[in-house]
Write a protein that binds this ligand. Sequence first.
Ligand SMILES: C[S@@+](CC[C@H](N)C(=O)[O-])C[C@H]1O[C@@H](n2cnc3c(N)ncnc32)[C@H](O)[C@@H]1O
Length: 576
Amino acid sequence: MCGSVCAECGEKAELKCSACKLVAYCGKEHQKKHWKVHKSLCRPFEVTQEPEVGKCLVATRDLKPGDLILTESPIVFGPRPHMVEEGPVPCPGCCRLIIGESSARCEGCDFPICHPDCAGLKDMEKHGHECMILGLRDVRAINGLHEFYRQDTLLALRCLLLQNRHPKKFAQLMEMESHMELREERTELYKDVDERVVGYLLDNFIAPLKILEGKSGKQVLEDTSRETLHKICGIIDVNALEINQDAEVSALYPTTYLLEHSCVPNTTHIFENAPGGYKITVKAALPIHSGEHITTMYTHCLWGTQARREHLRETKYFSCKCQRCRDPTELGSYLSALKCLGTDGEPCGGVQLPVDPIDDNTEWACDKCPIKLTSPEVCFLVNGIGEEVDNVQLANPTVRELESLLNKMLTFLHPNHYHVYAVKHSLIQLYGYQQGYLPSQITDDCLVRKTTMCRELLEITRKVDPGNARLPLYLGVILHELYLANWVLIKRKWDLGIKTKVKSVLAMLQESQRCLEQAKEALKNETNTPAGEKLINLVDTSTKEFNKFVERNKIDLSAKEKVKNGDEEVRHQNGD
Ligand SMILES: C[S@@+](CC[C@H](N)C(=O)[O-])C[C@H]1O[C@@H](n2cnc3c(N)ncnc32)[C@H](O)[C@@H]1O
C-alpha cells in the first residue's frame, strides 16, 4: 500500500508517514512540506489482523476525545433488513416509515412508497436501479402487502446489483466477514434467510431477469447464485450499521466496518444525510493511545453482561471478553448485580455477582454470606423481571404502577440493576408531567425522590459510558430532569423567602447550572436526530429561563460556598 516514491517530488522514498503509513517521502523536509496536503487525508490508524478479532484498526498516534478518526460515505445503504410482521415499512425511495396498505405505489415496480414524487425513487443509488429488476415481476398485490412487497430484502438486492454499476464496490463488499461457516445450510438461520430473502429475490425477480437475459443475449448480472446471496445476507448482518435518524436505514461502510467491538467503546460516530448517502464521521470519545485498538459498540450499553454477550454471540458470532465483561461489577456500575436473599427469607444485605462473568455457566456468589446461585437460576429471575418490566412499560403506566413495580424489583435486584435503571429512567420522565404530579401538584418529597433517582442514574450512566459514546440522549434527559426537579424546589423555597443565604438553595442553583451546561455538552452531537433536536431545544429554553432568574435576582453562582462535590452536598441538605 505504501508508495515507494516521495509524495512531494516523486523521487525514491524510504521514509513513511508514521501515522497512516500510506504515503512515503524522500526525507523529513519534503514530509514537512507535504503536510499541508496530507493532513486532511492522514488517518490516525492502521489496519492490522489479530487472531481472535480478525481485521481491526489500531491507533498510530495518541488521540484525545473529539479528535477525528475518519469520515466516509457508504458503499451501499437501504431499507433496514429487519423483518417486521406488521405495521409500518420503510419507503424504498427515502426509507421513511409508511403504512404499506394505505400508501401510494411505485409506478415502476408497484412497491408501496411514501409519495410518487419521492426523490429517491428515481435516484440510481437508491431505488432507481433496483426498481428495474423489481418491475420484472408482472403480478401485483392488493392484500397481504407485507409478504408480497418485502422491503426488508432490498438492501441485499442493492448489494447484489453493485456488481453491475460499481464492480469495485462489489468486490470491496464481498471481502467483508460473513461468518458463513456458522450459517451453514442445516442451521435454522440459513433456512429463515433462504425463505425470507434469498428464495424471494431469486424466484420473483432474478428468474425473470435470467429469462430476459436469455432472450436478449445480454448479461446484466454475472453472479446471482444462491450462495452469493446468502453471503451478502451474512455480510449485512455482521457489518451493517443502523442509522436512526429520520428513517429506517442500514448502511455498509468501506473502513468503519473494521472497528471492533468493546462494551466500553472509545469512539463515537454521527451520520449526516449528505448527497452520497449517509456520511459517517467517527471521533475519539476517550483518550486513545498510539498502539491501542479503536473500538465501537455492537450491542446495548444498558444491558447487563450476560445479555450483551448472548446478543453478540447470536448476532456477531463472537464471545466478548472486554474489560467491562470481565469485571463482575461492570466497572463499578453493578448493572447486573442482584440482592442476596440470604437463607429462610432473611436477606443478608449482601450483593450477588457472577464469579467469572465470561464463563456462561458461572456461579453467582454473595459478597457477605455463603449463598450461591446457578447461572440458570439467575437467568430465570432476571428474564422474568425483564418481561414484567416490558409488559408494564408497554401499557403506558402511571407513576403509582411504576413505583410499585420498582419496590417489588428492589427485593431481588441491586438498585443499580439495568432493569431498575429502565424503570427509574421512565419515572423521572413522569414526575412533573403526569396528572397528579404536575409541577403545581407534585410534593416536595416526590421531587426530592426524583432528584435522588436522577443522581443515581447519572452515576451509573457515567460508569458504563465514560466517553458518552452511546448514551448521550439518556444522559441529556437525566441532567435536564435533575435540573427541572431542582428548579421547582428552588422556586418553592424562593417564594417562602428561603434564598441563597441558605447553603442548600445555593448548592441547588449551582447544581442546576452544572446540569444545564453538561446536558448541552452531552447533546452536542445529537443535532441530526429528531429526539436529540427536541431535547436540545428544551435545554436551551431551560437555560434561558435559568439565566434570567439568576440575573434578575443578582445571584452570584460562584459564591464561596460553592460546594466542591455539589451532588453530595445537595443530597445531604435534602436529608436523603
Ligand atoms: C464488523 S466485523 C469487524 C471486522 C472483522 N474483524 C473482519 O476481519 O472483517 C465484526 C466481526 O469482527 C469480529 N470481532 C469484532 N469485535 C470483536 C471482539 N471484540 N472480539 C472478537 N471478535 C470480534 C467478529 O468476528 C465479528 O463478527
